[in-house]
Write a protein that binds this ligand. Structure first.
Ligand code: GAP
Length: 513
């Protein structure tokens, strides 16, 4: 655990030191669970967004984009169910006065059982060596099965209690599991209460006429209320999708874990409109498609898993999370929900307008069903960043800190380094920067010894360093160093663009899907 915590602290401090993420309003002592993306962070975030957008919109003929406003008519949130049902069950510890999400306390308890299972697997893998069969072990080892059964039973009960709004039972579960407050260590809990997560604000000049608004807690509703506009103007036929990226706001009470749970964050959502009755097949399709997208980034297959929901959100008939192994354990990265016709029907009722599709093949109108994929951009950022940050032992006994970001997402693709600051080498290096900057984000660096500059770029996540030396002046060749392998190659300046392109282009990476 201590090792995990250290790793996570390192992630946070590295993100600050290398200009990726800063605490918001830091000079005023910060604003909790709100963060700013710095010079490198903004590039990484933009690249992740673009990687998602291309995979969703550019590569799918029947998916189009949208950028709806953050402010929307307040009736939308009544129709969507957010006014009545978008709340978290909270519980306070009477000794520490600290407030927790009751469901998260229970889920963390189950997470510890998962960690125990992982330990058993590691022990057995060591004991049996090559003969070890992980899936057989997981399905037969009595201790593992015991932990699994216990975890499943707890989550099932939690799901059922939340579904029935039986908050007394959620408290009873916390007491039965003897969950203690991590701060005070006591089990002196208040009752569990629901708390709405939407931020309110006002639109209008005077207090009397101002209209109460909410900051949107998800981007999805902007898609639903534009469904017919897009369908008609884009002449879209079912099945088709609308994709959108943008800010969402939630008054998270238990905001922690850096950019994992923020009060202002960004979502990348896609609503796929389908014929009623086909949702089972499309649910399966999008589960697979989204997992393939994640795996294409090469962060390691073992770091992902599905977690099918027992407790559905108020709008879903089937739901799963794609979970990722963050530095603090497996947690939700993306949600895939079969939303039925809940949203469109609700907006029909509340707006009095029809939101139906006329199906020429069937010769009838219907309210489409919806399959949703929803991934947090900031969580993607944290997944990519934390997974990429590594301490490597080198052959000469030293260690290097390297940020092995997928090259397609790296903020800076190449650093151009003159070996020395004289003899005409800076001029050649500057010329290479001038040529490459039309195609890639590149940087020029002449300060310090070249070894130190390599280390700086490694820690920054730059996939290539290109060194200009005295031989360059005669043979138009440079040394290109690969961040991950540290291998160096001598290549012609004219070849640089092609070499970098091959490694960083979205096409190369998306083709792995
Ligand atoms: N439209 C469906 C929806 O909003 P959700 O599971 O509440 O579903 C989707 O959110 C995704 O948004 C999550 O999987 C997560 O990646 C991201 N997300 C949700 N709340 C967040 C928060 N407070 N901070 C950062 N990301 C968040």
């Amino acid at each position: 655990m201590a090792k995990q915590e250290d790793k996570f602290k390192h992630v946070i401090s590295h993100a600050k030191e290398y200009g990726y993420v800063f605490q918001s309003s830091e000079i005023y002592d910060g604003l909790s669970a709100v963060y700013d993306y710095a010079q490198n962070g903004v590039e990484l975030k933009k690249n992740i967004r673009e990687y998602w957008w291309k995979a969703m919109v550019q590569m799918n003929e029947n998916i189009v984009g949208l950028d709806s406003a953050i402010f929307m008519h307040p009736k939308i949130w009544k129709a969507s169910g957010h006014v009545d049902a978008f709340s978290d069950p909270l519980i306070d510890n009477k000794d520490s006065k600290k407030r927790y999400r009751a469901d998260v306390l229970v889920e963390d308890y189950v997470g510890k059982l998962d960690t125990k299972i992982e330990k058993e697997v590691k022990k057995a893998a060591k004991r049996f060596g090559d003969a070890f069969n992980k899936s057989e072990f997981l399905s037969t080892n009595p201790r593992v099965l015991g932990y699994k059964e216990k975890g499943d039973a707890i989550l099932k009960r939690l799901g059922q209690s939340l579904e029935k709004e039986d908050l007394a039972d959620v408290k009873a579960l916390i007491e039965e599991l003897e969950i203690a407050c991590p701060l005070s260590g006591s089990r002196n809990w208040t009752d569990v209460k629901q708390f709405n997560l939407m931020f309110g604000t006002k639109l209008g000049a005077s207090a009397e006429t101002a209209m109460d608004l909410y900051l949107r807690p998800e981007t999805a509703q902007g898609i639903f209320v534009n469904f017919l506009n897009v369908q008609k103007t884009g002449r879209m036929k079912i099945p088709f999708g609308i994709a959108q990226t943008g800010k969402a706001f939630r008054n998270e009470i238990v905001a922690r874990q850096f950019i994992f749970r923020m009060r202002e964050f960004e979502q990348m959502e896609m609503q796929f409109f389908i014929k009623p009755g086909t949702q089972g097949d499309w649910y399966k399709y999008w589960k697979e498609a989204r997992m393939k997208w994640h795996l294409s980034l090469g962060l390691g297959e073992d770091n992902y898993r599905f977690h099918d929901h027992e407790k559905m959100a108020h709008y879903a008939d089937a739901a799963t999370d794609i979970e990722f192994r963050f530095p603090f354990g497996f947690k939700e990265l993306e949600g895939i929900h079969s939303r039925t016709d809940f949203d469109l029907k609700a907006h029909e009722e509340h707006s009095g307008k029809k939101l139906q599709f006329f199906d020429h093949e069937e010769n009838k109108s219907y309210v489409p069903y919806v399959l949703e994929t929803s991934v947090g951009l900031d969580r993607m950022f944290l997944a990519v960043f934390s997974n990429s940050l590594q301490e490597e032992e080198l052959e000469n006994g030293t260690t290097r800190t390297v940020l092995k970001l997928p090259a397609v997402l790296a903020p800076t693709k190449a650093a151009i380094l003159p070996l020395v600051k004289k003899d005409g080498l800076p001029e050649v290096a500057r010329k290479i920067v001038e040529d490459l900057k039309w195609d890639f984000n590149v940087t020029y660096d002449e300060k310090d010894a070249v070894g130190r500059r390599y280390r700086r770029q490694d820690a920054n996540g730059t996939p290539f360093c290109i060194t200009v030396d005295h031989d360059t002046l005669n043979d138009d060749s440079v040394t290109i160093r690969h961040r991950d392998t540290m291998e160096q190659q001598r290549v012609k300046i004219s070849e640089l663009k092609g070499i970098i392109e091959q490694e960083v282009s979205m096409k190369t990476w998306l083709m792995k899907m």
